[in-house]
Design a protein around this ligand. Structure first.
Ligand SMILES: [Mg+2]
Length: 221
């Protein structure tokens, strides 16, 4: 099956953890839990950790266990209200790498389309993605739930084996692997469900070219 799509996670995949952006989002999540659930900071951070461990994201835990107490849109607006442009700068090397990938490029994120647009604009790469599949497009069913990946494939109208998924969390790659996608972990250890590990997203370009090579050789006969 020929490869058609590169599907990129957004946060801490297209830019490094060291940028500090997600640490700020994490602080806003803890603050939201404090204000809305009447918790002290320690309780709020503990609940965040429990939810991430149990459901993959804090919002996933809130929707599973406290749906009646949560205004999802209020939560998403509050936690993403961070100065994205203060953390990220245009990245010409990233832009060059993405431009050279001869496949369709999409973003697949548990965050919102608004946050994704800010991040992609700050990195100077917004025009290189034909589509952002965000948490609303996923009907609030987030990675790593299998239904999120099935929804992605439906929205893209493509089978799993035509996709390469790039994410910084191994747990987010495992369902993709089960659906036949090629999986690339940015910054991590080789493990089940992970086909390739790269230490920087900049290595994804050369990897994609290497994966495509057998096809072009065959075509030339
Ligand atoms: Mg990520």
């Amino acid at each position: 099956m020929p490869l058609t799509y590169t599907v990129f996670d957004l946060d801490e995949t297209l830019y490094p953890t060291s940028a500090g952006l997600m640490q700020d989002v994490a602080r806003r999540i803890t603050r939201w839990l404090e204000h809305h659930l009447g918790m002290d900071p320690e309780e709020a951070s503990r609940l965040r950790e429990v939810y991430i461990h149990r459901y993959g994201t804090t919002l996933g835990g809130l929707l599973a266990e406290r749906a009646r107490e949560v205004d999802v849109e209020d939560y998403l607006a509050f936690v993403h209200d961070v100065p994205v442009e203060a953390y990220l700068r245009p990245d010409p090397a990233l832009r060059a790498m993405l431009t050279a990938i001869p496949l369709r490029r999409v973003v697949f994120t548990n965050s919102t389309a608004e946050h994704a647009a800010r991040v992609l604009n700050a990195l100077g790469i917004a025009d290189l993605f034909e589509r952002v599949v965000d948490i609303r497009a996923l009907n609030f069913i987030h990675k790593p739930r299998r239904e999120a990946y099935e929804r992605l494939l439906t929205l893209l109208d493509t089978p799993g084996p035509a996709c390469i998924l790039i994410d910084d969390r191994a747990v987010n790659l495992q369902p993709a692997k089960q659906l036949g996608m090629t999986t690339v972990l940015v910054n991590g250890q080789p493990q089940d469900g992970v086909d390739f590990v790269v230490s920087s997203v900049l290595e994804v370009g050369p990897l994609v070219h290497a994966l495509l090579k057998p096809f072009s050789t065959d075509e030339r006969g």
